[in-house]
Ligand binder design. Structure first.
Ligand SMILES: [Zn+2]
Length: 121
């Protein structure tokens, strides 16, 4: 089981054909980026990490690396950006930024109109 592996960020689909998992589906070859198995290729059930669908199939293509290589590869892995939790949708952050921008624009327009009214009166 490869825990700490993120399909969307670190998985690199390797072009090595595929085999079949216990579901009878094609098990594509992927690259693990877990701390235990960095940059190690494997054939795995395509439903992982969906616990309901995942059949448990995992077949390593590469032999395990020495501790030294694991350490080097783990240090080379991109670090996650601190501050923003993973569950925050980047689109939501963009939307909030746009809203703040529009709000500032509105305040500016109100201030200018206010100044013009004061000057006329
Ligand atoms: Zn499967």
């Amino acid at each position: 089981m490869v825990r700490g592996f993120s399909h969307d960020e670190l998985a690199v689909e390797a072009d090595m054909g595929s085999t079949r998992c216990y579901c009878g589906e094609g098990a594509p070859c992927s690259v693990s980026w877990s701390d235990k198995n960095p940059a190690r290729r494997y054939y795995g059930c395509k439903y992982w990490p969906d616990e309901k669908e995942y059949c448990g199939y995992l077949d390593w293509y590469d032999d395990g690396l020495s501790e030294w290589y694991k350490q080097v590869l783990n240090e080379m892995k991109p670090k996650k950006k601190p501050g923003i939790p993973e569950f925050v949708n980047p689109r939501l952050i963009f939307l909030v930024k746009v809203m703040i921008g529009l709000l500032l624009l509105l305040v500016l327009v109100v201030a200018i109109v206010g100044i013009l009214i004061v000057c006329k009166g």
